[in-house]
Structures are given as structure tokens and as C-alpha cells.
Design a protein around this ligand. Structure first.
Ligand code: ADP
Length: 418
């Protein structure tokens, strides 16, 4: 049970951590990329403004002073183009790789774009310093390859960082989980031990009460008239309490390896005997108890405990099926598993209760007294026994139609035929 909780806790921690890491990495990446792009844009804009500032009209001729060395432009992965006011290209500097193929929008506004080659393109209109007339355009472009390379490196860094963080924190969370679970496990074990000890200690006084009540009832002549009924009630209550303490003791001990004696068991015989045993009880309720048990079903298990588990299921099926109903016990081999199905046409269980029926002391009809119904420990005991045999128990049910309990148990490794 605790292994399952630890595992779930570990997975939840890992999931939360993974989501937090993913979210933070995404946020860091977003901020980093937008800063990088903004810086590149500001740099290109500054160069473009500076370059455009050197242009002027000289005797009707559009002239500029800034000349860039081809090597410098290649290194900076930049290019510049000059256009007349109509958008006709006058000159270009820089490698064609860094020259944009975007058509120039001849509008007197500053534009910043990314073209289909992934180049950053800044278009500046140039005005005459004296009469403020549009005299041409400067288009500055730069490659964003360097930024892409930096982003790729950042991605690798973030991925490696996330993996290292997840590995380290899994180790840390495993350790923290075991630290946190230790006291819970200890107190749960202490509680279980207490239940086992208390149930054990209650056995003797209950036995004493029961024996005395029985002795008193054996000689009714020694009892005051009218007290016989009281002694009968004492005997009955003691019987119920003894059963309850035995159930609590069994539940408290199901996790202890030593409390189970595993041996090779013939499930076919075990189930057939149980059906024979419960046939008369079913008949008194006019319930048809049917059986379809395959032969040669072998498994490794504790016979007494398995009898207890299947008894609970068969007794419940008979108890919760009205007069004239049907109960069918079937069993077969399914690959490496043995499937035992106990199906009834009884009162069924509401779907909202199905999750709870294996809980300790849970009963659908709480208004029924302990004498009428059971203690609510039966299915908890059955589940604990089945799980101790590395098996599973599931239920499907429909109110007023019936219930079907499926028990799957691993088959014995070497199969012996009947
Ligand atoms: P109980 O001793 O009360 O039978 P169990 O643990 O065996 O305790 O069962 C718990 C509850 O589950 C029962 O009180 C009953 O409400 C419901 N239940 C169990 N088996 C059946 C069944 N075959 N049909 C309908 N209800 C069932």
C-alpha cells in the first residue's frame, strides 16, 4: 500500500516539477529571444539612422557619404540599399545573401519587417535637410542567423539544465518522500499492531463470556424465569463480537508474510466444496446456486485464507439476492491467470457506492443492524487476501439487476492436471 503511495507521490512531484521547469524554461526563452531581437533591431536602426543622416541633395543629385567595406558588411551580415523617391534602386552595398527581395513600399514612413528569407529589414525615408522634401530611401538589412544560432544554443542549455534538474530533484524527492512517509508508515504499523494485539487480547475474555453463557443456558433450571432470553442475547452478542475481533485480527495480519502459508492449491476442488457447502443455504432462500468450474485450476496460495475470501463473496451474493434469484460461480483459466466470477441477480450496488464497497466497515445500508447485515469487513478482508496473492478483485453492479465480482489470481507456475 505504501509503495503505491510513494510511487504516486513521486510521480506527482515529478509532474509538478516538470511543469514548473517547462513553464520557467518557456518564459526564460521568450524573454531572452525578445531581448536579443530587440537589441539587434536597435543596433541596425542606429546604423541605418546614422547612414541616412549622411545623405543629401547636391545640385539635384542624391548623394551619401557612408561607404562600408565589403568585409565589414560580410562580418556583420548586413547590406544597404539606396532608392530614389519613386523606389528605383540606385545602389546597394553588401552580399546578395543579405539583400532583401521584398519590394520597396515607397511610403515616407519608417518600416521594420522580417522578410521571407528571415532577414530583418529596416526602411528609412530620407528628407532634404533644407526643404524637408523626400529625396530617397535607405534600406538596411541584416541576417538573423546569429540570433538563431544563439537560440539553438540556449535551447540545448535549457534542455540539459532541465534534465539535470529533473534527475537531481527526482533523487531529492525520492529521499524526501521516504523521510515524510516513514513516520506515517510507522504510526500505521503501530496502529495495525495495536488492532492485532487488542483483537488478540479480546479473544480470551470473549471466550469466557461465551462459555459461561453457554453453560448457563445448558442448565436453564438454574436460571431465574425470564433470564434465559438475556443469556441467549449475551451468547449471540459474544458470538458476533468474537467474529468481529477475528476479522480485525485477520485484516491486521494480512500484510505479514508469516501470517500466510503458501502452498500449491487446487482451486477447482476449493470452489466445488464451497458450492456444495452453500447449496442448502441458497435452497432455503429458493436461490439457484449454479456453478461452472473448469478442472485443473492450480495456484500457489493460503487455502484457509482463500476459502475465507470466496466464502465472503458467495455469502454476500446469497445474502443480497432476494428469494427466487440466481447466483452463479464460474471459474476458468485465462492465460497466466485464473478468473473466478461470482455473479448474482440481487439488489445490486449503486454506482456512487462502488468505489467504497472494499473500504473497511462500509455498508450500503447503514440502517441495518450488525445482526441483520454483516460487519462491513468482509469485502475488505477479501480484497486484502486477494492482493496478498498478487491478484485483483473488481466489481460491476446495477441496482435491482445484480452484481458481478471478478477475482483474478496468478496461476501456479507448473500446472498439474487433475
Ligand atoms: P457485509 O458484512 O456488510 O456484507 P461486506 O464488506 O461483505 O460487508 O460488504 C460491504 C457492503 O457491500 C455490504 O454491506 C453491501 O451493502 C454491499 N455488498 C457486498 N456484496 C454485495 C452483493 N453481492 N450485492 C449487493 N451488495 C453487496
Amino acid at each position: 500500500m505504501f509503495r503505491k503511495i510513494r510511487y504516486r507521490l513521486f510521480l506527482s512531484n515529478l509532474l509538478v516539477l516538470g511543469l514548473v521547469l517547462l513553464g520557467s524554461a518557456f518564459a526564460v526563452r521568450l524573454v531572452f529571444i525578445s531581448n536579443l531581437k530587440q537589441q539587434a533591431n536597435e543596433r541596425l536602426m542606429a546604423i541605418a539612422l546614422n547612414t541616412a543622416g549622411s545623405a543629401e541633395m547636391d545640385e539635384g543629385e542624391f548623394e551619401w557619404e557612408m561607404e562600408f567595406s565589403p568585409q565589414l558588411l560580410e562580418e556583420a551580415q548586413q547590406a544597404f540599399q539606396w532608392f530614389d523617391p519613386k523606389g528605383e534602386l540606385l545602389e546597394q552595398q553588401g552580399s546578395t545573401r543579405y539583400i532583401s527581395t521584398l519590394p520597396l513600399a515607397a511610403e515616407p514612413t519608417v518600416r521594420s519587417q522580417i522578410d521571407e528569407k528571415g532577414l530583418e529589414v529596416i526602411t528609412l525615408p530620407i528628407f532634404d535637410k533644407n526643404n524637408r522634401q523626400l529625396i530617397g530611401y535607405l534600406r538596411a538589412t541584416q541576417s538573423l542567423e546569429e540570433i538563431d544560432e544563439t537560440i539553438a544554443k540556449l535551447d540545448v542549455g535549457l534542455a540539459v539544465g532541465a534534465i539535470v534538474a529533473i534527475v537531481l530533484s527526482s533523487l531529492g524527492s525520492g529521499w524526501l518522500n521516504s523521510q515524510a512517509m516513514q513516520p506515517i508508515e510507522e504510526s500505521f504499523n503501530r496502529l495495525k499492531q495495536f488492532t492485532a494485539d487488542a483483537s488478540h487480547e479480546l479473544r480470551s475474555p470473549l471466550m469466557a463470556i461465551s462459555t459461561n453463557a453457554e453453560v448457563a443456558l445448558t442448565y436453564p433450571e438454574g436460571i431465574r424465569p425470564g433470564d434465559e432470553e438475556k443469556f441467549q442475547a449475551i451468547a449471540m452478542a459474544t458470538e458476533q463480537m468474537s467474529q468481529l475481533t477475528e476479522d480485525l485480527l485477520l485484516l491486521a495480519c494480512t500484510d505479514r508474510v508469516s501470517s500466510f502459508e503458501f502452498e500449491r492449491i487446487n482451486l477447482t476442488t476449493l470452489l466445488t466444496d464451497l458450492i456444495k457447502l452453500y447449496k442448502p443455504q441458497a435452497q432455503t432462500k429458493q436461490i439457484e446456486l449454479k456453478a461452472e468450474i473448469a478442472i485443473g485450476l492450480w495456484l500457489n496460495g493460503d487455502e484457509a485464507k482463500l476459502i475465507r475470501a470466496f466464502t465472503n463473496l458467495i455469502q454476500n451474493a446469497i445474502q443480497y439476492t432476494p428469494v427466487g434469484g440466481e447466483v452463479e460461480v464460474s471459474s476458468k483459466r485465462l492465460g497466466r491467470e485464473l478468473l473466478v466470477t461470482i455473479e448474482d441477480t440481487g439488489i445490486g450496488i449503486d454506482s456512487k457506492h462502488l468505489d467504497r464497497i472494499f473500504d473497511r466497515l462500509w455498508r450500503a445500508d447503514r440502517s441495518r443492524s450488525y445482526y441483520e447485515g454483516g460487519s462491513g469487513l468482509g469485502l475488505a478482508i477479501t480484497k486484502a487476501i486477494v492482493e496478498r496473492h498478487k491478484g485483483t478483485i473488481t466489481v460491476t453492479s446495477q441496482p435491482n439487476v445484480g452484481s458481478c465480482f471478478d477475482v483474478r489470481l496468478p496461476t501456479a507456475t507448473e500446472s498439474k492436471r487433475l
